[in-house]
Write a protein that binds this ligand. Structure first.
Ligand code: DQQ
Length: 539
């Protein structure tokens, strides 16, 4: 029933009720953060897709406003699908979005704010020129969607990418325009891949090679690399490369799924994400849709479906070979009631309760230092799929060095537990660190997806500690390994380990001891996510 809601979150963004999917058009305008999202105003299942709109001054507390775009014109009557915001010259924000038209063909449309002096941008007007881009010249009308934030080249032309499937494969089609109304498709796509199917929700942006700051979408120089993200196979994959704006040549360092490379924003439940440049704090921020892992029947029963990740700031790692992510610092103001300790030995086969906080709504940081690394088991060269390895070696499977980590959403008798942990293996001259999020025992309820996730993570345990931060929030745990080098998000629905029946433990199920060099855990306050009571005057 709607009254008993153990799975609603305390500090993750969600609408009061109904269905939510992709984040759309995030931006920072006149001191206000805007988030739009794919929303069904009528039910907790996908349909009637509308752009809902919420604003925030700190990315933590949110105010829901009126819907920004509704599917009520011929060029979007079957849905206002995903899209992105761009600041035009002079700072005017506009959005490009996909409409599903009267024939269910996908077309790209433009909308702009009615009143630029309203920092809340409450009212949006669709362009009289819509649709701006249509599926012609061999483009399949059902595989043509999700325009990116546009960027401007040195020739003054605007560029935008549109996700596409052609010849069964994934493409980022490139369009150019001088006036943002008339768009011409480039002969060459920005990029494509024969290793994947359709690309949804592409994203393309610069990251600084040496800096600690984010980079605005239209800036490029020798100190940036470009990220191309595409959503396929239920995950958000990215590549890094060098982009030349004059020619629109994009040459990737390593291609999607090439030579075993598998760079993802998140190795768990995280999809259709989008970044934006926050000109206030000079950072690039990532939002992602976290779907339910329960049945549709239960989604309807509880009256809602879908979360957004905690906004994450995103940078290039020092190695230049991957991105690193970290929850925006503002989220830390929800921290309260801290417990912490240092230098605690966790013997092989032991658990340690972390008490004194609210374990179902918490922020936990822990770092481990390891001796006995020469005792690590040998890495088998056939272990090329880290997720499969995590599925086979779940938390109860003992190793030498690991599994060690935390048990979130644990019942007192531990029959329910979500284990986020590491294992260390040895291969020739180096160590391999595996990070897993094991949901297989997360609930005694049947009928849930209890997928286990995993990834290898670029940590050298000889020279650094292995750190983990997990944001735990009633039915979601977002985990950041190695200071954000690997992220895994999971949805869980414990039957008994809810509210004050939920416990948190550190654990070591390896044979050898590990040392907790530092543990810090906080209860998290509830974010204030409220609906605007102001009603728009009827026309
Ligand atoms: N969701 C939108 C599409 C997009 C998909 C429709 C990705 O525009 O491709 O709700 O989740």
């Amino acid at each position: 029933s709607m009254e008993h809601q153990p799975y609603r979150t305390g500090f993750h963004f969600q609408p009061p009720r109904n269905w939510m999917n992709d984040p759309n058009g995030p931006m920072y305008y006149k001191g206000v953060y805007h988030l739009f999202y794919q929303y069904n105003p009528y039910a907790a299942v996908w349909g009637n897709i509308t752009w809902a709109h919420s604003i925030s001054y700190d990315l933590v507390d949110w105010i829901h406003l009126e819907n920004a775009l509704s599917p009520d014109d011929p060029f979007d009557i079957n849905g206002c699908w995903s899209g992105s915001a761009t600041f035009l010259t002079g700072g005017k924000p506009v959005v490009l979005y996909t409409g599903s038209d009267t024939m269910k063909h996908q077309v790209q449309n433009l909308a702009e704010p009615k009143n630029l002096s309203d920092p809340l941008l409450r009212e949006w007007v669709k362009s009289s020129h819509n649709p701006l881009m249509t599926p012609v010249d061999g483009i399949e009308p059902e595989f043509f969607r999700d325009p990116t934030t546009a960027w401007q080249g040195p020739d003054g032309l605007w560029r935008v990418l549109v996700g596409n499937r052609m010849d069964g494969h994934g493409w980022a089609l490139l369009y150019r325009s001088r006036d943002f109304i008339t768009w011409t498709r480039s002969k060459e796509p920005l990029h494509s891949s024969t290793r994947t199917g359709m690309w949804e929700c592409p994203d393309f942006y610069p990251v600084s090679v040496d800096g600690k700051e984010g980079v605005d979408t239209s800036s490029f120089d020798d100190s940036t690399k470009h990220v191309l993200k595409a959503s396929f196979n239920d995950c958000d994959h990215y590549v890094l490369g060098n982009y030349t704006p004059v020619t629109d040549n994009y040459s990737v360092d390593t291609d999607f799924l090439e030579n075993g490379s598998d760079l993802r924003y998140d190795y768990g439940n995280f999809y259709a994400s989008k970044t934006f440049f926050d000109g206030g704090k000079k950072r690039r921020i990532l939002w992602g849709w976290i779907q339910e892992a329960d049945s549709t029947t239960n989604d309807i029963e509880k009256g809602w479906s879908g979360l957004q990740s905690v906004p994450r700031s995103i940078l290039l790692s020092k190695t230049g070979k991957q991105l690193v992510q970290w929850p925006v610092e503002e989220i830390e103001k929800l921290r309260t009631g801290n417990v912490s300790f240092e230098n605690k030995k966790l013997e092989g086969g032991s658990v340690l309760e972390v008490s004194g906080i609210t374990p179902s709504q918490a922020d936990v940081e822990v770092s481990f230092d390891l001796s006995n690394l020469e005792e690590a088991e040998l890495m088998d060269p056939s272990w090329i799929d880290p997720q499969l390895l995590c599925r086979q070696k779940t938390a109860p499977v003992r190793g030498n060095i690991g599994p060690f980590g935390i048990l979130a959403f644990a019942s007192k008798d531990m029959t329910e537990q979500t284990a986020i942990f590491f294992r260390v293996f040895r291969s020739d001259d180096k160590h391999v660190v595996l990070m897993c999020s094991d949901q297989s025992r997360s609930s005694l309820r049947e009928g849930l997806k209890k997928e286990t996730y995993g990834t290898f993570i670029d940590i050298d345990p000889l020279h650094e500690k292995i750190s983990l931060r997990s944001l735990i929030d009633h039915s979601i745990v977002e985990s950041f390994g190695g200071d954000g080098r690997a992220c895994i998000t999971a949805r869980v629905y414990p039957k008994s380990a809810i509210d004050n029946q939920s416990y948190l433990y550190a654990f070591n199920n390896g044979t050898f001891d590990v040392n907790i060099s530092n543990l810090n855990a906080w209860s998290m306050k509830k974010a204030q996510i409220v609906s605007s009571t102001k009603r728009r005057k009827p026309h």
